[in-house]
Design a protein around this ligand. Sequence first.
Ligand SMILES: [Zn+2]
Length: 841
Amino acid sequence: MDLSRTLAGLGSALLTAALIVSPGPATAAPADTPSTRDFGNGPERNEVAALESAGVLARTLAAGDAHERWRPGQRGYPRRTELPVYPENPDDRSIKLGLIPYHAIAPKLNALQKASNRVSAEVIGKSAGGRDLYLVTVTAPESAREAARQDQWKTLIEDKPWAAKYDKSLKSGYKTPVWINANIHGNEWEGTDGALRVIERLATATDAATTGFLERSRVYVTVTNNPDGRIAGTRANGAGFDINRDHATSSQPESRAVRDVVIGTQPFVMLDEHGYTGTTLIEPATPPHGQNYEYDLYIKHALPNALGMEAAIQKLGYPETTRADIPFRDYAPGDWDDWPPIFTPMYAMYQGAIGHTVEIPLAVNNANYTTLPVEELRRRSAINTDVAAATIEAALTYADTNRSSLLAGQIEQFRRGWAGEPSPVIPDGFVEGFGPEDRYSTTFPRAYVIPAGTPAATRLVNHLIDNDVRVERAQRDFTLNHRRYAAGTYLVDMRQPKRGLANVLLEAGRDISDLVPQMYDISGWSHGLLWGATVDISRTAFPRVATAPVREAALEGRVEARKGRDLQLTLRDGNDVRAVNELLTQGIKLRRTGAATVVVPAEARPEATALAQSLGVRFTAAPPGAKGEVLGRPVIAGAISADELFALKEMGFTVRTVSTALLNGGASLDDADTLIVSSGLSYAALNATGKATVDAFLARGGGVVTRGATGANFNAAAGVLPAVATAGRGDANGVVDVVNAGPVVGAGSLPHSFVYSPIWFTGTGFTVEQRYGADPLVAGHWLPTAAGTNGPAQAAGQAAVVSGTTAGAGRAVLFGTEPLFRAHPKGLYAQYARALFWTAG
Ligand SMILES: [Zn+2]
């Protein structure tokens, strides 16, 4: 899918998304904001319906990643891996800009490896579209023994920072690791070209400075983090995801690959090369700063490194590069924050790096790509390439010059974690411009406790481990804070090197609405509250119980019924749903005895047993004589966003994608049981053909599931349910308290949900499934309008999700929440699936 046109009209997308809001949307950044971030999988995704992307593999939701994690290994350097070469693609969008097309990268890296003993290239994973992801390591040759020594030092820094601190041979011999990530947004091309230029210079330069530098350093470059997008000229990857919003969730192979790189290389400094903000932009960011950082250790280096990069682009001498925007120095709070861990550099900070987003200046993407003359595009791309290369060179120089202090800082970050020390209070003026508005901190709990036995617990624990968070398992039953826990319960001891990462994933988060006037992307997330596992917090006590470290959490599904009994499965988790879909695919006749309970015939016990093992789900004995309605495999047509399509595939649903354009062009809904409307379907924009198709579908009692403003507008225009929608600010988002009430979505759902551009429903003639809590916003940013309306206070107690019967006697569910948002809130998936099964029935 191509988001570029929508993204170009950033403001208009929001205005459209906010159609149902009567008061001013107050969503886009103010006009005086020098640079704005582009949206990625935010409200704008309501405008563009996803297309079925057959080439994109659905990921298993079963137990977390279960993938081969890339590790640097202990072979020496150079490694001289011959990269596979792919056919030339004349349609690669890089070509028009005079930049390197994807197919030319492997030959170039193969040639560099042949020409220089300083360059090693390898494939570290595949993109969503199945393309190779490359990691280049540039360093002076190392024997296997020397490489192993480097790895031991890296481990010592993380595992025994108190010892690393005083290790003289480590201090003199440890090679400074620097990581450059390029082209994470596919249509922000030149980071790749700038990085290749730097690699080539380092590979071939014969001066003593370069030779010495490579003896002291390892430079790691992920040459393009998004080959699908590079080729297609899109921001998103082949699955329609913005990878630079996916860290911490890691639903995409591209973000998992670089997660493994940052864990495996433990860089002191990292750059994430983006574009295009008119003026070159170099982080550090504005407040709010993530409250789990050791921010003193970060800003001490981030600011001077940014100033060095600014000086480097000034030296280029272009009128377009006379200065940089450094948000920490130049912008107002909230204009360019580093709050959520969804961005690569922010994620990398929790792994021990001084992380910077760098935005190269001159736009060549979206509308520019098609409207500007080729010469102008190439002029811009050449300058952008110079800027990318200059920032990389400057960062390498900074890292080399300040290697002792950077090493000491990383050691100190991990040491504080192990020691369980509070993060220090940073005084005003700590670096120039540091003031009270920059001061964010948290009190780390002593432990998180995660009872085992559910697929959600297994998934969460494996996710933590994949992120290099240490998890232990209790060997015996124990009591903590007056609660009894069984042997096998998982424990996250917060005295660990990456406690900031553990906490930023597991904590509830914080309501920051009053702290800054606006935020750009999500301000709330919580694996603890939204991933479906029970996560208890122990503020001060750690249990007295023997524990063992967990390398991988196992699924613990089972069939708990005597042979010959019908089985029952309760739809609480996405894996329960996946099990139902797999049973239906195998042709097993299922019945639904309630919105959340499915009966499996006794004869299907072998199939159920296999799924209990592969998905960790639990079958119990069905009540004797349970009948219920036949549950068929639902035929679903969906005008939905790419992330929702992905999440539904994770649960084993098949969705035929539709849109306004497809329905206007004659796409049929004849065989559909349920129509999902959340993106790219406007009833008002349907022509006679499209309208007739939708009207006939509704008249024959087809089911409807809607989400968001697009869904609510469809509901009103097509007369699905008599519910009147009201929306909060378009940029309002976060984790909310909900009260479950209804029989379908409300049955067994978590007491929390997620919202982005929240909606609530008023009126009569429908059932309230879920309400917003009395003080709904737990974590995130949600302000009322200037007039004091449409805020959390107005949403309190209102219906967040409703169900009902349509005029055509079909069933409908309207979501004002975001249960599938960016494939993040795994614990909310099943409520959406229940709505699908119910409306399809
Ligand atoms: Zn970008």
